[in-house]
Design a protein. Structure first.
Length: 155
């Protein structure tokens, strides 16, 4: 009886190891912060350990629609631009949903969400999302910060 139990336990352990090995790469989550640095430049900074490293490069925006809503008497512009971050470690493309509110003196503030669409290089197997907040100054310069969680599935 002891030999049968040992054999069954060994088979169960082997089956578990095979199923774990067949499961493929493990996804890792990592908190990141992406900030504008003016003039279209960005810096991506990991906030927790993970597979993604610090990166920097150019941010461009395109392909959005705009609509205006009124909420509690405030005129709010709702936009959904695509942001393309081209850094030294690859390209990360995200889709945003942002709400803009004009403020006296030529300022505008905004807040919203973003979600990864696709990536290349180090971002090829990345998904994730987060929040964005920013301000447009009277001179037209926009400063923003995107914080979120990126999930990188190893290859």
């Amino acid at each position: 009886m002891g030999r049968k139990l040992t054999a069954v336990a060994a088979l169960a352990a082997a089956a578990t190891l095979v199923s774990i090995a067949a499961a493929g790469p493990v996804a890792t989550e990592q908190r990141v912060s992406i900030q504008s640095k003016g003039g279209g430049a960005f810096v991506l900074t990991p906030q927790t350990t993970g597979t993604l490293k610090a990166d920097s490069g150019r941010a461009t925006f395109c392909c959005w629609t705009t609509r205006v809503i009124t909420r509690d008497g405030h005129r709010i512009e709702v936009d959904d631009p695509q942001t393309t971050l081209v850094g030294k470690r690859g390209t990360l493309v995200v889709r945003n949903r942002m709400e803009w509110l004009d403020v006296a003196g030529g300022y505008a503030v905004f807040t919203g969400t973003w979600k990864v669409v696709r990536g290349t290089g180090d971002y090829a197997n990345v998904s994730g999302a987060g929040h964005v907040a920013g301000i447009t100054l009277p001179n037209g310069e926009t400063k923003w910060q995107r914080d979120g969680l990126l999930v990188s599935k190893g290859t």
